[in-house]
Ligand binder design. Structure first.
Ligand SMILES: [Zn+2]
Length: 108
């Protein structure tokens, strides 16, 4: 079984754009294995177990579908169902309660 390495980018401009769009003071957005943060630093993010599980679930979704495969599917589902009900967000919210999502994951 392979280890899943996730990295963190603090003060990310792309997460800042997302924060503005979503009118949220703190946002994380995942591209591949990199978790982009805005409005929360690495320590605050890592203290929030549910939040970390949520974003790691998105990393797993990228691994499942491939980088562009995931982005295309995510966008298509967002257009169809909106942000909250898109199936990738539904799965990530369920993962917030699931410790197993962190199995073999290292956040560096
Ligand atoms: Zn999400």
């Amino acid at each position: 079984m392979s280890i899943i390495i996730c990295t963190i980018k603090e003060n990310s401009w792309v997460a800042r754009l997302a924060a503005r769009k979503m009118k949220s003071p703190a946002v994380a957005i995942v591209f591949g294995h990199k978790i982009h943060l805005y409005g929360a630093d690495r320590q605050r993010f890592l203290r929030d177990v549910a939040w970390v599980r949520h974003e790691v679930c998105h990393v797993r979704q990228y691994r499942r579908h491939g980088f562009f495969g995931f982005l295309v599917r995510y966008l298509a589902d967002w257009i169809r169902n909106g942000y909250f009900l898109n199936k990738f967000e539904v799965e990530a919210r369920q993962a917030e309660h699931s410790p197993v999502v962190m199995q073999d994951v290292r956040i560096v």
